[in-house]
Design a protein around this ligand. Sequence first.
Ligand code: ADP
Ligand code: MG
Length: 365
Amino acid sequence: MSNITVCSRFRPLSSKEKINHGDNVCVHGIDAETFVFKDEKEENFSFSFDRVFYEKSEQAEVYEFLALPIVRDAVNAINGTIITYGQTGAGKTYSMEGPSVLECDEKKQGLLQKAANGLFECIKSTEGAVKHTIKLSMVEIYMEKVRDLFDLSKDNIQIKESRVQGILLSDVTEIAIFDPAEALQILSSGIANRAVGETQMNMASSRSHCIYIFTVQQGLAKEKRVKCGKLVLVDLAGSEKVEKTGAEGRVLEEAKSINRSLSALGNVINALTCGSSGKANYIPYRDSKLTRILQDALGGNSRTALLCCCSPSSSNAPESLSTLRFGTRAQHIKASPRAHCKEDYTKNHEASHATKYELRERILN
Ligand code: ADP
Ligand code: MG
């Protein structure tokens, strides 16, 4: 049993924060793990994480510390989950996707592109010994419904649990990918289908939680038994309080739905880390779609890393403090992931293969 990895990341001051002369930088780094956060009332709070990424940190540093060990394990059939958390505008999507999934230089590529690359590199190093297949699914949780981002007609995907494979999304589209460039093209077609709205906080803030699932199968179909690791990347919707978004109508409903699911996530984390035994008897995973999908990640059978994204500015201090406290609580979650086997592979696989091939061709051409 080890604790999940929790890191924090401060983005640079935005141009709006720079123009606003009342804004100060709240974070005073001590070392790579510790910093002091001074709130708008000049009160000091000290925080420690597995690693702190300050404004000059490169995307590659974040990937190598937070994600690479998890990517390597996924190729060995150990599930992994990487989550970005924080208020809207804090740098979650930048950390995950960089400025754009398709069009950005390698230096700016986010965890997503680097993980896709990393999976293929890890596979190459084992070439010959085993055969791997990588498949990709993308869903978003919007207003408590799980939507398939590769097939919008599947707008209410059900969540199931299997004893061997853990949490599964019923009938979700899985697209086989054969190289990193192809993966980026397929990812970008899914991202284009995300629900984006406008709030006062961010021009195109995402109003949904976005979940990328890479399934890495290892072994030959004719053996009817393959090992299977899932690498799940989660770009959460903004954690800010509803009032701060200035939302009305549908946008307000969206914000409330986001707040409810993030509260459910907080409650699950509290239940997992309370008391001397470290865990409550009942963990309320079923209180939201998000916690249900993250059940494997939080319940122990996954290597999990959480990136708490924050603005460094005093005008966002209350939200940043709330994000950092969320991360501090999550540090107590324990995990002991084990390798997965998936039996009877051929039965599930062959039937739907034809339609998926068609969709794949359509995206890539
Ligand atoms: P979120 O997904 O948390 O709402 P974004 O990732 O969209 O926030 O970030 C908001 C803005 O800040 C974007 O314009 C993004 O490019 C910029 N940004 C975020 N993090 C960084 C960073 N580490 N370096 C440079 N720019 C960043
Ligand atoms: Mg975002």
